[in-house]
Write a new protein. Structure first.
Length: 133
């Protein structure tokens, strides 16, 4: 489960991230990253004890992925994949997210049958490529 300060809930920020952010894709996901400016004006919730400030993430899992059960399972796997990439990046220092970064992960139909390890690899790769510019 993602901490509340890492969740992207505003429809406006979803749209802004998708329109203005950098888009990188893989076989299973398309990741939109808006570094810095996207969520800076919308302050996150106060940090919980032991939590760190970081990017805010939202998911888009359409009916093309499958039925409601499949979409929910895919959402859970993607949420946990993002959390794993975020934790790994913060511990190793390999991912530097500018303050106010927003990330939108759009699931493609192949994500429903992909393994968790494959999703983690795809999310990590897409985020790194989007932040590299």
């Amino acid at each position: 489960m993602l901490a509340p300060q890492h969740r992207l809930r505003s429809t406006a920020l979803f749209g802004q991230t998708i329109r203005k952010g950098r888009k990188k894709g893989s076989r299973t996901v398309v990741v939109h990253v808006l570094a810095g400016g996207g969520g800076a004006e919308e302050l996150p919730l106060p940090l919980q004890e032991g939590a760190t400030a970081g990017p805010r993430m939202g998911l888009v899992v359409s009916k093309a992925v499958g039925n409601a059960v499949t979409r929910h399972n895919t959402s859970r796997k993607l949420r946990h994949a993002f959390r794993a990439v975020l934790d790994e990046g913060l511990q190793e220092g390999s991912l530097e997210f500018p303050v106010g970064t927003t990330v939108v992960i759009r699931a493609l139909p192949k994500s429903a049958t992909a393994s968790f390890e494959e999703l983690v690899g795809d999310v990590r790769s897409c985020i790194r490529r989007a932040l590299a510019r």
